[in-house]
Design a protein around this ligand. Structure first.
Ligand SMILES: [Zn+2]
Length: 692
């Protein structure tokens, strides 16, 4: 019996084709339980769908799931080949509801972070990432973004966690050591936008002009960073809602920073998750602008979440629009120069790629982020320039209204623009959407309409000129009131020039009191002449952790007799969330024999412990790097590195693998690592034996 059923199911699977033509999934009511000890998920699903044809089965995607149909279920429900098949004699134009329970141990898309480590300062979190990873790894759902449904999900989590998810929290209920959090949605969405975060969070509340609840979260210990991290929060929301001129489409808007996140941010419907590295204090806020990410992910709530690209071929409709509107927000907050400088830089990148013959068409299935995001934004900038602000605005409004809660193609969007414009845009489409090369001439012409860019380009033209022949121009660029970008450019052009002749200009740059121009000095002047010592030392107190870090390193290298003074001065500083200053300080301390000589082993342990799993990967990466520089690893560090080669963040995984390769090529380290192989886990041993 089982065998026969399997054969039927498999053949149905093979000749299935596009499911969206046969069935429309409408609503999912699910309860999901997080098992934080077994790193597993258990749940119950009630799925309602409407048939568009007479069919004998429908499916949901579900990876490695154990399925149990509801008792007395009128349908056969089985898992096969990562699909959950619901089989019966379904008649056209009927509504059906099927129920089943499931269990799984997600290998991706849902992450249990910090549960093993027990590091108090970094409490455990659970978060999800559906785009590019597939929600079906932890929740039966649809890998195809075309079918949109309403998700009402309740989450059962240990009582001490706060649960944040899509839609409106309608009910909570404590059940012994657990708490149930019920969320409900009003409008349908694609499955990749399902998201949930659990952890130790505090909420900061606000409201938009239209009354949309705005909820910002921070881990409890960072609650004091609310104003600096979410500095422009309300302003961004207000600006975008006005600019797009269509009310924000969801019940509320939430933002949560999470640890070891795979990307900078993700626009789950009504719930933006973002990397914890963007949590900043007042000083950090000067360096790391979270504005761009906030604005980009918020713009996706319309472009991507409300209207969704029908397939990856039209992905630029999501990323291009989100990038375009984030730039508009930044232009409003940081000004015209900032805006034009930023698009000048992306035009340079796109041109260089295109000149190498590596340009990509916007409408394509496998373009790079640079194409989908930046070329996409450029296409919209020049489209608006061509048709005019009013036509562009109206067309975008029509596009959003017509396709709200549906999926779209590039042609759908362009048809709306042509309709309002009243003329064919074939030429634009050919050049900007379907051609691989970047239209740099057009882009340059647009850039040149801005006076600041003209001035900037004049200065850039001196890059290859000898210092003696451009001193006047560089000096002028540093005149009061200095422009951030012209000032920086002038400083960077002093790099590798005769230092004696450059001193007056460096002095002038430091005297501008411009944070960014001074940062350019800290970044590029690594060997500091005596004449600039006092001025350069003042960089240690600039309101920028990037500047402070660079200044400490370069001063320590340039003036050995002052090392203990600098170390004493910078003792209590941490820096960004990745502790950039703290870890540099510990390393320099270890390399300064006469500073706190009796404390050296304590200092070494303080640095060495940061390689441990449970610390954010950014901190671990610094620690591994600095320990390499002082060439001292403990057996624990090697084991931590081995653990890192499986980290879900690919950049860190790559870093650990490359570092391990480097260490294995060195006799001393190789011997030490080989002595530890017996302590490796089975997975680690397999990896290790295959690689070396
Ligand atoms: Zn995006």
């Amino acid at each position: 019996m089982m065998k026969v059923l399997l054969v039927i199911v498999i053949s149905a699977h093979i000749c299935w084709g596009q499911q969206t033509e046969k069935v429309d999934f409408l609503e999912m009511n699910a309860s999901v339980e997080m098992d934080t000890l077994g790193y597993a998920v258990k749940g119950h699903i009630e799925i309602t769908f409407k048939t568009l044809q007479n069919i004998d089965s429908v499916y949901l995607d579900g990876v490695n799931m154990k399925i149990e149909p509801k008792e007395n279920s009128p349908y056969k429900i089985v898992e096969d080949n990562n699909k959950i098949w619901i089989t019966s004699n379904f008649k056209k134009n009927n509504k059906y509801t099927a129920e089943f329970s499931y269990e799984c141990q997600p290998q991706q898309a849902l992450y249990f972070v910090g549960f093993e480590s027990g590091i108090k300062a970094y409490p455990s979190q659970i978060w999800t990432q559906g785009q590019g990873k597939y929600t079906s790894h932890w929740l039966p759902s649809l890998d195809d973004s075309k079918d949109k449904l309403i998700f009402n999900i309740s989450y059962l989590a240990p009582k001490n966690y706060k649960v944040i998810a899509n839609g409106k929290l309608t009910r909570t209920q404590t059940k012994a050591n657990h708490k149930l959090w019920q969320f409900e949605m009003l409008n349908p969405m694609s499955s990749y936008l399902v998201g949930v975060v659990m952890g130790d969070f505090k909420q900061i509340k606000s409201k938009s002009k239209q009354g949309t609840p705005l909820q910002m979260y921070l881990e409890t210990k960072h609650a004091d960073k609310a104003n600096s991290t979410y500095k422009y929060h309300d302003e961004i929301f207000k600006f975008l809602e006005n600019k797009i001129n269509i009310n924000y489409p969801w019940q509320n808007f939430k933002q949560v920073p999470v640890r070891d996140f795979l990307y900078a941010g993700m626009e789950n419907t009504s719930l933006n998750t973002f990397s914890e590295e963007f949590v900043v204090d007042d000083t950090g806020a000067n360096d790391k602008s979270f504005v761009n990410i906030q604005a980009h992910e918020l713009a996706h709530q319309w472009f991507g979440n409300m209207v969704t690209a029908a397939s990856s071929k039209h992905h630029w409709l999501q990323e291009g629009f989100a990038t375009f509107y984030a730039l508009e927000v930044e232009r409003d907050i940081f000004g015209e120069d900032y805006y034009f400088f930023k698009i000048f830089k992306t035009a340079e990148e796109l041109k260089s790629l295109s000149d190498k013959g590596k340009g990509q068409a916007l409408v394509s299935t496998d373009a790079s982020s640079l194409t989908y995001y930046q070329k996409g934004a450029w296409a919209l900038i020049l489209l608006r320039d061509m048709v005019g602000e009013a036509v562009f605005q109206k067309a975008v409004e029509n596009y959003l209204n017509t396709f709200a809660f549906k999926t779209v193609t590039t042609e759908d969007f362009m048809a709306e623009v042509e309709l309002v414009y009243g003329k064919s845009l074939q030429n634009f489409k050919d050049k900007w959407l379907y051609q691989t090369s970047f239209q740099s001439k057009e882009a340059l012409e647009f850039l040149k309409s801005n006076a600041f860019i003209q001035e900037y380009m004049k200065l850039v033209a001196f890059r290859e000129t000898r210092l003696a022949l451009k001193i006047e121009q560089l000096d002028e660029a540093l005149d009061f009131p200095v422009n951030d970008y012209l000032g920086q450019e002038a400083v960077y052009q002093l790099n590798n020039e005769d230092i004696e002749k450059s001193i007056p200009l460096y002095k002038k740059a430091l005297e501008t009191n411009n944070l960014y121009v001074r940062q350019a000095v800290a970044n590029s002047l690594t060997s500091i002449p005596k004449a600039l010592k006092t001025d350069y030392e003042s960089l240690l107190d600039d309101e920028s952790y990037t500047t402070q870090e660079k200044a400490l390193l370069h001063l320590w290298m340039s003036f050995p007799e002052e090392r203990t003074t600098y170390l004493e001065q910078m003792k209590a500083r941490d820096g960004f969330m990745d502790k950039n200053i703290k870890l540099l300080w510990l390393t320099l301390n270890l390399a300064t024999p006469d500073y706190e000589p009796s404390q050296k082993s304590k200092t070494y342990n303080a640095l060495s412990q940061y390689t441990k799993a449970g610390y954010p990967y950014q901190i671990r990466r610094h620690a591994f790097g600095y320990l390499y520089q002082i060439d001292t690893y403990t057996p624990t560090n090697y084991k931590d590195l081995m653990q890192g080669v499986f980290h879900p963040v690919w950049q860190f995984k790559k870093f650990c693998r490359e570092l391990l390769d480097t260490l294995m090529a060195d006799d001393k380290h190789r011997e030490a690592i080989l002595a530890l192989v017996d302590d490796f886990t089975v997975k680690e041993k397999t990896f290790f034996n295959n690689r070396y």
